[in-house]
Design a protein. Structure first.
Ligand code: EPU
Length: 412
């Protein structure tokens, strides 16, 4: 298991450029299955979750080529539809292939995918949605769904990001119109729909509660990835935690607004430009209460990085996690480093301390791992963070980018 060694106590200064969005590219990679012609994804981040999606595409029969940071997917040679469980279990994003394969072949294998341990992460909304579209569980193999799908109205019990994306993909291959009500509104969903529209699909309402999809497979598409709002939030929290003066390039500030507002309430000075922000931070105070919620609320993915940034903020900060049932694994690592936190179910009360100290901690999930690095940047002494593999799922060149800002971070 690879680790990171972080020598804390250095302010961050300089410029960091944000990569393409992980959570936008994963459903797009699954979407390529639907296209009749090759697709180009420009600015595709090189991450282990992207490698896992590429391995699924290669297994299905697609041809893949990297041209620097651009990824070409030629789906014309795809013949298989039955993804082995060993590939599905490598990441949560593998679930998107179910909707796409159902749309293209009228059959798919839908089993519990892998992904970060954030509590119960069932796939019942995905299964119920595909069933409403006409898919039926195979009597011989309960992992397999079959049938011709046709458009219908689906009401999601909760605005699930993944279920919205999966059902959009299925809807593209269904006959007639599919309407998804109580859809998630995350920017990654609009990015997926832009990609499908670039291939000629007819989709409207993405980014709102009601998404309408007219059936019809796309031809080819060539699209630039949107910036990763969670990578940007992570670097903003890192600069807030360590202190300093950092320019974060290639961002969509509107996508980051709730995170930036909390950092401003905590005392950071933030200048917003068209695709860039500048963040200056010295001493922080508590921003009050933070409640995670679906977009445009405070993102659950920024909960751990923000908590890390506020460990030394004067006063008490309350954080309620409402999206996932068990996403507070990072707290024990923070306490190990000298933080003072009370946890009551999904509510954390962070009492700011004047100093954190180094130690040895273990990442258990992607954002929790990045948050441990953020805490370590502000700690006295050296911190060893085991479980670098979790961080590499979602952050491209994390160590290099931190070092370019003046942090002392190395792989061990
Ligand atoms: N849920 C169900 N049944 C379902 C689907 C979801 O009960 O069939 C519940 C979940 O258990 C959770 C809530 O609904 O409590 C929200 O889950 P959602 O489906 O919205 O999340 P997801 O699609 O599994 C994506 C991101 C996550 C991000 C969440 C919320 C990808 C690949 N993953 O997950 O990203 O936290 O949306 O914004 O897009 C990360 O990047 O670190 C990450 C975990």
């Amino acid at each position: 298991m690879q680790s990171l060694l972080v020598d804390g106590g250095r302010k961050l200064n300089g410029t960091v450029r944000i990569s393409g969005s992980k959570n936008a590219v994963l459903p797009m990679l699954a979407a390529t299955v639907l296209f009749k012609e090759p697709c180009c994804i420009r600015g595709c981040p090189k991450l282990t979750d992207v490698d896992a999606a590429i391995d699924i595409l290669k297994y299905l029969g697609a041809e893949i080529q990297w041209y620097d940071g651009d990824l070409m997917v030629d789906p014309r040679s795809i013949r298989k539809w039955d993804i082995p469980d060993s590939l599905t279990r490598r990441m949560r994003g593998s679930v998107f292939f179910a909707g796409a394969l159902m749309a293209r072949f009228g059959k798919c294998r839908l089993v519990q995918p892998g992904g970060c341990p954030l509590g119960k992460r069932p796939i019942n909304f995905h299964v119920d949605g595909l069933t409403a579209l006409g898919a039926r569980q195979d009597s011989d193999d309960p992992g397999v769904y079959l049938g011709e799908i046709s458009g219908t109205e689906i009401m999601l019990p909760y605005p699930s990001v993944g279920a919205t994306e999966n059902l959009i993909l299925a809807g593209v291959g269904a006959s007639g119109e599919t309407v998804i009500r109580n859809a998630a509104k995350e920017p990654e969903i609009e990015c997926l729909c832009d990609f499908l529209r670039a291939g000629g699909c007819c989709i409207s309402g993405d980014g709102s509660e009601i998404v309408r999809i007219k059936g019809g497979l796309p031809s080819g598409a060539d699209m630039q990835m949107i910036p990763d709002r969670m990578e940007a939030a992570t670097f903003a929290c890192a600069a807030a935690s360590a202190g300093g003066d950092v320019i974060i390039e290639h961002v969509n500030t509107a996508h980051l607004e709730t995170v930036l507002q909390v950092l401003e309430r905590a005392g950071c000075r933030i200048d917003r430009f068209e695709h860039t922000i500048r963040l200056r931070s010295d001493r922080l105070h508590s921003p009050g209460t933070i409640i995670t919620a679906p977009y445009p609320g405070f993102p659950t993915d920024a909960q751990a990085p923000m908590m890390a940034a506020l460990l030394r903020a004067q006063g008490t900060t309350t954080i309620y996690e409402t999206v996932f049932s068990d996403r507070m694994h990072h707290i024990s690592a923070f306490v190990e480093m000298g933080a003072k936190i009370e946890l009551n179910k999904n509510s954390a009360y962070i009492h700011g301390v004047s100093e954190l100290h180094g130690g040895a901690v273990t990442a258990q999930d992607l954002r929790g791992g990045a948050a441990m690095v953020i805490a370590a940047l502000a700690a006295n002494g050296t911190t060893t963070i085991h479980g670098l593999n979790h961080i590499q799922r979602g952050y491209e060149d994390f160590t290099l980018k931190l070092c370019a800002l003046g942090a002392k971070v190395q792989k061990a």
